[in-house]
Write a protein that binds this ligand. Structure first.
Ligand code: NAD
Ligand code: UDP
Length: 312
């Protein structure tokens, strides 16, 4: 198949490019390099089945493709809040452009949505039928509401134009190729611990997240894209239900590195969700998918990667 991956030079996108290329597909990797890097996909450039295109999804584009994975969007709060208007444009105009393309060439399209559509959830763990608790005017809204509108567009293009759509709600994912300055908690803590710096804990560290290793996530994306089932167009959670407080995560990272970590407590950012854990029954039933890599093992691999790039 010929597959377009927007945001393909980013953290998750580069792993997806690698996996789909290794399975014999032709890959068009499209990226504006805001948070992505050529270094993430440079090892794929020699393949005759891999093409790299510098393009911004807020502008229309035309390719003949069979499938589209729409991952273009900065995912770390510091990056999506850097230019919030652009973040909204990327989710909304980018989604319209990619859905227009899918409609014209009759490609199946998968949208990388997020657990952030649940906001600061009042239901725990989160099931797909929960409508969420999102502040529409806060600092995280450019990302959360942008992704919610993107889901609306996916459903409306499906109902109105019969576009073949898939929506995945991705929960916190980590692994190799996160940027050193990505700003998300796993990479921040690992980089700080390797440098012997204090870990920047926002709030008292009692808030929870559930962390999925990137190979498990990529496997879930590919299964969802290629599954046919009734109501498969409705959102599906993909994540690892193992839930940790940020204090527990700090300890786990200390263990993976083999050091005792020191912690510096800083203010909690606005609207930071207090808890988050996916209910993955739907993915288990529809996709026969469940995560394989426990946090300790995923952290070990991620630490090995950062040891190679962080100046200690
Ligand atoms: P990332 O920031 O590493 O990757 C995003 C990629 O999109 C980058 O390569 C960036 O340059 C590109 N991009 C951004 N705006 C663009 C634009 N306007 N046009 C073209 N390219 C653009 O983030 P990631 O963690 O790899 O996330 C990938 C996708 O998965 C995102 O859509 C994100 O919202 C979603 N997601 C990720 C997580 C996670 O924990 N990593 C959780 C939920 C959802
Ligand atoms: N966090 C932290 N220190 C950091 C970065 C993040 O304590 O250096 C916290 C953040 O406040 C949140 C959790 O870790 O409660 C996860 O943050 P991240 O940005 O990784 O993901 P998100 O909040 O988008 O789920």
């Amino acid at each position: 198949m010929r597959i377009l991956i927007t945001g393909g030079a980013g953290f998750i996108g580069s792993h997806l490019c690698e996996r789909l290329l290794s399975e014999g597909n032709e890959i068009i990797c499209l990226d504006n390099f805001f948070t992505g890097r050529k270094a993430n996909i440079v090892h794929l450039l020699d393949s005759k089945n891999f093409e790299l295109v510098r393009h911004d999804v807020t502008e229309p584009v035309m390719f003949e493709v069979d499938q589209i994975y729409n991952l273009a969007c900065p995912a770390s709060p510091i990056h999506y809040q850097y230019n919030p208007v652009k973040t909204v444009k990327t989710s909304v105009m980018g989604m319209i452009n990619m859905l227009g393309l899918a409609k014209r060439v009759k490609a199946r399209i998968l949208q990388a949505s997020t657990s952030e559509v649940y906001g600061d959830p009042l239901i725990h763990p989160q099931t797909e039928d929960y409508f969420g608790n999102v502040n529409p005017i806060g600092l995280r809204s450019c990302y959360d509401e942008g992704k919610r509108v993107a889901e609306t567009l996916m459903m409306d293009y499906h109902r109105q134009n019969s576009v073949d759509t898939r929506i995945v709600r991705i929960f916190n994912t980590y692994g190799e190729r996160m940027m050193e300055n990505d700003g998300r908690v796993v990479s921040n803590f690992i980089v700080q611990a390797l440098r012997g710096e204090e870990l920047t804990m926002y709030g008292d560290g009692s808030q929870t997240r559930s962390f999925c290793y990137v190979s498990d996530l990529v496997d879930g994306l590919i299964r969802l894209m290629n599954t046919e089932a009734e109501n498969i167009h409705l959102p599906v959670n993909i994540g690892n239900p193992g839930e940790f407080t940020m204090n527990e995560l700090a300890v786990e990272i200390g263990k993976a590195i083999g050091t005792e970590v020191k912690i510096k407590y800083l203010p909690l950012p606005q609207d930071d969700p207090k808890q988050r854990q996916p209910n993955i029954e739907k993915a288990k039933n529809l996709l026969s998918w469940s995560p394989k890599i426990p946090l300790a093992e995923g952290l070990e691999r991620t630490v090995a990667y950062f040891r190679g790039i962080v100046r200690q």
